[in-house]
Design a protein around this ligand. Structure first.
Ligand code: ADP
Ligand code: MG
Length: 441
C-alpha cells in the first residue's frame, strides 16, 4: 500500500478522533483501511455494508474535511467493500450498577465480541447508544436464537447511555416483568404510576417480547406504551427469539410498528468467533488458557454462547476442585459428559450427523426425522440429508428410510437445494463448514 495515502489517513484519523465520541471512533473509524488512492481520490475499505452506509450518511463530510486538511488537497473520499476486519471493542473500564434501570453492568460493549454473526446488530446498537436522541432507528428490533447475545447487546446500549449521561432515563424490562407490573397496577388500581414508569423514559429496552403473547390486555397496553414513546421520540429497543413477522399472536398493527425502525438479527457464531469469545472471556477473568482448549470447546460444545461460557466455567471449576492444572486432558475430562453424547470419536453414521447438526442448530434430533416443515427444522434436516449423501455416499432411498421414511424424491430435492444454497447463501455455506469441522472432516 502506498505510504503517502497511509500517512494521510493516519493523520486524518487524529483530527477525526477529536470530533467524534470514542465509541463512534472505535466502531466506525478505526476499522477503515486506506486501500487505494491517487492524487485526487482515496478509497477507504469498510468492514460491512451497514458500516459503509452509516459512514456515508453520518460521517462523510467530517472524513472528507479531515483528509483534505491533512493532505492540503481536494480528495474524493470513497468507501468501499468488502473486507473481513474485526472491530476493536470500545475501552470502558468503569462499571455501574443502576437499581433504577435494571441494567446489568456486566454486559457492556467492551465485553461483547463482534463477529460476522452479530456485526450489523452491534453496529446499529452502537449508533443508537451514541446518538440516543437522534432516533436514527426507532424502534430497533433485535431477534435471534437463544444464547446469541441479544440481552447482552441491549444492556450494553443501556449501560453506555447511562454512563454517558447520568440523568438519562433508561429502563430495561423483560416482557414478563412488564406483564406482572401491568397486572399489579390493574389490581391495585395504580394505573397512573404504571404509565409514569413506562412512558417517562428516554430509552425503553424490552426483552423477550415473545412472552408477552399470553394476555390480550397486556398486549394492548404495550401497544399504547409503544405509541406514546414513539410519538414523543423516545427510543424503544425490543428483543425477540423470532422476527416480527413470526410473532403471529401480535396483530398486524403491532407487527408493522416493530418493523418501522430497524430490524436486525443475531446469528450463530462461526468457529473463529467462538474462539474469540472464549479467549475474551478468559482474558477478562485473568486466566491463561491454551488455544488447544478453546479449540476443543469450540468444536465440541456447539454454537450457543451461553453453553460455550458454561463449558469454559466447568473446566475452570473442575481444575480448581481436582487441584489439577488447566491442561488439555483436564479440559477433556471436565467436558466428558458433553462430548460423550456427541459420538465424535466414533465412526461417522447417520446418527452422528443428525446429532451434530441438531446440536449446531439447537433443534431436537427427533424433529430432524419428523415431518415438521418450519424453516428452522427443514434447513437442518436438509443439511443432514445432504451430508449423509456427501460424506457417507448413501443412496437417496436409504437416506429417506433413515429420516423417518421419507420418499427418495424428498431427499433429492433436499440435496439439490442445499447443494445450490451452499454456493449462494453464506450462512448455509459456513454452517456446513462448521459442521464438517465438528465432525473432524
Ligand atoms: P440471548 O439474550 O440472545 O439469549 P444473552 O445475551 O443472554 O443471549 O447471551 C448469553 C451469554 O453469552 C451471556 O453471558 C453473554 O454475555 C454471552 N454472549 C453472547 N454474545 C456474546 C458476544 N458476542 N460476546 C461475548 N459474550 C457474549
Ligand atoms: Mg435474552
Amino acid at each position: 500500500m502506498n505510504t503517502q495515502i497511509t500517512n494521510i489517513w493516519e493523520n486524518a484519523l487524529k483530527l477525526i478522533k477529536d470530533e467524534v465520541s470514542e465509541l463512534s471512533f472505535t466502531t466506525f473509524m478505526l476499522p477503515l483501511k486506506p486501500v487505494s488512492g491517487g492524487s485526487d481520490f482515496l478509497n477507504l475499505e469498510a468492514p460491512a455494508d451497514f458500516i459503509k452506509a452509516s459512514l456515508e450518511q453520518r460521517f462523510y463530510p467530517l472524513i472528507k474535511n479531515a483528509v483534505n486538511q491533512v493532505s492540503k488537497r481536494n480528495y474524493n473520499v470513497n468507501f468501499v467493500l468488502p473486507i473481513e476486519t474485526v472491530f476493536s471493542n470500545i475501552e470502558e473500564n468503569e462499571t455501574f450498577t443502576y437499581e433504577k434501570t435494571h441494567l446489568n453492568s456486566k454486559y457492556t460493549f467492551d465485553t461483547f465480541v463482534v463477529g460476522k454473526n452479530n456485526r450489523m446488530a452491534h453496529a446499529a446498537a452502537v449508533a443508537i447508544a451514541d446518538n440516543l436522541y437522534e432516533n436514527a432507528y426507532n424502534p430497533f428490533f433485535i431477534y435471534g436464537g437463544s444464547g446469541l447475545g441479544k440481552t447482552h447487546l441491549m444492556h450494553a446500549i443501556g449501560n453506555y447511555v447511562v454512563q454517558k449521561n447520568k440523568s438519562a432515563n433508561v429502563l430495561y424490562v423483560t416482557s414478563e416483568e412488564f406483564t406482572i407490573e401491568y397486572i399489579a397496577a390493574l389490581r391495585k388500581n395504580e394505573f397512573s404510576q404504571f404509565r409514569d414508569k413506562f412512558r417517562n423514559v428516554d430509552l425503553l429496552l424490552i426483552d423477550d417480547i415473545q412472552f408477552l403473547g399470553e394476555k390480550n390486555s397486556t398486549i394492548e397496553e404495550f401497544f399504547y406504551t409503544f405509541n406514546a414513546l414513539h410519538q414523543s421520540n423516545k427510543q424503544i429497543i425490543i428483543a425477540s427469539d423470532r422476527s416480527p413477522n413470526e410473532l403471529t399472536f401480535f396483530d398486524e398493527r403491532l407487527r408493522s410498528r416493530f418493523q418501522c425502525g430497524l430490524v436486525s438479527d443475531v446469528q450463530k457464531p462461526d468457529y473463529e468467533t467462538r474462539m474469540a469469545i472464549l479467549r475474551k472471556k478468559s482474558e477478562d477473568e485473568g486466566l491463561l488458557i491454551s488455544d488447544e482448549i478453546f479449540d476443543y470447546i469450540s468444536r465440541n460444545v456447539g454454537t450457543n454462547i451461553r453453553e460455550l461460557e458454561g463449558a469454559l466455567n466447568q473446566i475452570i471449576i473442575y481444575a480448581k476442585m481436582s487441584g489439577s492444572d488447566l491442561n488439555f486432558d483436564t479440559a477433556k475430562e471436565a467436558l466428558k459428559h458433553i462430548t460423550e453424547n456427541n459420538n465424535q470419536e466414533n465412526e461417522l453414521s447417520v446418527k452422528v450427523i443428525i446429532d451434530v447438526v441438531s446440536r449446531y442448530f439447537d433443534v431436537k434430533p427427533e424433529d430432524i426425522k419428523s415431518d415438521k416443515r418450519s424453516r428452522d427444522i427443514s434447513i437442518p434436516r436438509q443439511i443432514s440429508m445432504f451430508l449423509c449423501r456427501n460424506l457417507m455416499d448413501l443412496s437417496f432411498p436409504e437416506i429417506g428410510r433413515e429420516f423417518g421414511g421419507k420418499h427418495h424424491t424428498t431427499v433429492m430435492t433436499a440435496f439439490t437445494n442445499i447443494d445450490n444454497k451452499k454456493k449462494s447463501d453464506a450462512t448455509i455455506k459456513s454452517a456446513i463448514e462448521d459442521i464438517m469441522e465438528i465432525l473432524h472432516i
